[in-house]
Design a protein around this ligand. Structure first.
Ligand SMILES: Nc1ncnc2c1ncn2[C@@H]1O[C@H](COP(=O)(O)OP(=O)(O)OP(=O)(O)O)[C@@H](O)[C@H]1O
Ligand SMILES: [Mg+2]
Length: 548
């Protein structure tokens, strides 16, 4: 495991981690004092020394009290650290995930990404705040017990210590079986979560195609897998406790067996014997717990690997860094653009297109001919493999994403809306947009009339991805959201595809004004919208075939 990386996550909490480790070390010392006092207690009970008895009992009480206080303070500090690490790592991975290019998301399941900010983050935090700080106190208890036992009776100690390797062999064997099980079980859980999440998104289609029984069966199979793996793990865990306990008990019997002749001859006092047995019992705890550390380390290793593999993914070019694109006049030039999605044939090859400021250009062409892809490249959602894109003569590859994207308003082909009010959805287009400007944009997008007839007007919440709206209404909201941005460059990717003819006609008429002094790229097949364009460019299989 890459301990350095893990420690770097713990670094901000170094101070608190050290304090709680120190408290736990004190707790270990208190625990080590108890068997000794226990032995003394046995001695005075056997010799009927009433006065010392009270003294020892008070001493024991004080030790118990000290342990309680130490345990409370260390576990309180540690649980606080744990929550903070979870919060830290969640924010950190979220920020990173948000900065990753779309390519990353197009190659992974969403459930897998969700498991990062829930399961993996929890695992890492539990290790840093639970397992790591406990290691030194456990080692202190274990070595302390052995040393003190050795002082009481060296040869018996060697005998008991000889049992420790047996403990370890058992635990190691169990660990070897547990680790792959744990990894598989985690993967099975993530798969089941991902399936449920995807199916709830697909529910209208599942219902329409009456696939409920099939999907249920698929999900049931995945849950069964997860359950069986979990049961297999629990079986090993369940066996571990009794096995170690039996070994400890066997050790006690063995010690009694071997020590009893010594007591008869007076070589070993009864109080030494009691102390010795109590130390042996104390020793079994850290030995068991250290094996838990081993298991946790294996589990955390997997989680850390996954976490790191995502953290090491390269984010998009820094949003705000880099040269700012000056306020654009809207001149766009695509120069010999070539682009292929990973593992696919080229989606665009040698595309060159020059658009003058204020011009309205329509792109047409068959499905899959590369129109939307060209638009993705303009916003740098993907980077071209070859060629350059220039805005006002400046290569956009060198400008900050923030300055680039803030000058381009896009109505994407696949409309995505937030589960929020209409007002918030349109206002999303411009930070701090007020109600009048939202209404103005809604009017331009032919959305105002239907919005005011909604039950709560602009305050109506539209559901996940706008499920409570019609397809055309969703498009109009997305259009308003792009218009309120008032960008120098406006891109409409099939933005009126679901408009009714009258709506489209009035949109087109209004657009002449809206479009007058900005550069507009419309991707459309509809004649009414095509009529808006100063010229039409036709795509075919990733190239321009018909520039006019
Ligand atoms: N994320 C992706 N990963 C891999 N291939 C993709 C991806 N998105 C699109 N493609 C492929 O790239 C090609 C161009 O797709 P694009 O979306 O640009 O077409 P389009 O001209 O916009 O089509 P439509 O008229 O259907 O919107 C298609 O062959 C498509 O299968
Ligand atoms: Mg498209």
């Amino acid at each position: 495991m890459n301990l350095r990386v893990l420690l770097s996550y713990a670094a901000p909490y170094r101070g608190s981690l050290l304090v709680s480790t120190a408290l736990m070390l004190l707790g270990s010392l208190a625990a080590l004092a108890m068997p000794w006092l226990g032995g003394e207690l046995a001695g005075v009970v056997l010799s009927h020394q009433e006065s010392s008895l009270r003294f020892i009992l008070l001493g024991l009480l004080a030790l118990f009290a000290a342990q309680a206080v130490l345990q409370y303070s260390s576990s309180y500090i540690l649980s606080r650290i744990s929550e903070r690490i979870v919060a830290d790592l969640r924010i950190r991975i979220y920020e990173h995930l948000q900065a990753l290019p779309l390519r990353f998301y197009q190659s992974r399941r969403r459930g897998e990404i969700l498991s990062l900010i829930t399961y993996e983050v929890g695992q890492l935090s539990a290790y840093i705040s639970g397992t790591l700080p406990s290691i030194f106190p456990l080692l202190l208890t274990a070595t302390g017990s052995v040393v003190l036992m050795f002082r009481i009776d060296a040869s018996l100690t060697v005998l008991v210590a000889a049992l420790i390797p047996i403990f370890y062999v058992i635990l190691k064997l169990a660990g070897r079986r547990l680790r792959p099980l744990a990894l598989k079980s985690q993967r099975a859980e993530a798969t089941a979560v991902a399936t449920a999440e995807e199916n709830f998104n697909m529910l209208p289609v599942i219902k329409a195609f009456t696939r409920e029984a099939y999907e249920l069966q698929k999900y049931t199979g995945q849950i069964d897998d997860a359950m069986n793996l979990s049961i297999a793990q629990q079986r090993i865990y369940a066996a571990l406790g009794p096995a170690t306990q039996f070994l400890a008990a066997a050790a006690v019997v063995l010690v009694l067996w071997l020590a009893s002749p010594g007591i008869d001859t007076g070589e070993m006092s009864p109080s030494d014997l009691v102390s010795f047995l109590l130390y042996a019992a104390l020793l079994s705890r850290p030995v068991g717990a250290l094996s838990g550390v081993y298991g946790q380390t294996q589990l955390t290793r997997g989680a850390l690997q996954h976490f790191q593999s995502v953290i090491e993914e390269r984010p998009e070019a820094v949003l705000a860094g880099g040269k700012a694109l000056p306020d654009s006049r809207g001149a766009i030039e695509f120069r010999h653009i070539g682009f292929a999605y990973p593992g696919r044939p080229p989606a665009l090859s040698d595309v060159s297109l020059t658009i003058r400021p204020g011009e309205t250009v329509a792109l047409t062409g068959e499905n899959g001919s590369g129109k939307s892809t060209l638009i993705h490249l303009l916003s740098r959602l993907h980077e071209p493999d070859t060629g350059q894109i220039l805005i006002d003569g400046i290569d956009i590859a060198g400008v900050s994403l923030h300055s680039l994207r803030s000058q381009i308003g896009v109505v994407p082909q696949h409309v995505l809306l937030a589960n929020a009010s209409v007002l918030d959805n349109i206002g999303f287009g411009r930070v701090g947009a007020d109600q009048p400007s939202v209404e103005n944009a809604a009017r331009l997008a032919q959305a105002h009339d239907f919005i005011v007839s909604l039950p709560q007007g602009y305050e109506t919440v539209i559901g996940d991805d706008g499920v409570r709206l019609s397809g055309g209404q969703r498009q109009r909201i997305a259009l308003a959201r792009a218009l309120i941005k008032n960008p120098a460059i406006l891109v409409l990717d099939e933005a009126t595809a679901m408009f009714d003819p009258e709506g489209e006609q009035s949109f087109v008429e209004q657009c002449r004004k809206t479009f007058a002094n900005r550069t507009v790229i419309i991707i459309t097949h509809r004649p009414a919208s095509l009529a808006l364009a100063d010229r039409t460019v036709k795509f075919d299989e990733g190239t321009i075939v018909d520039p006019i």
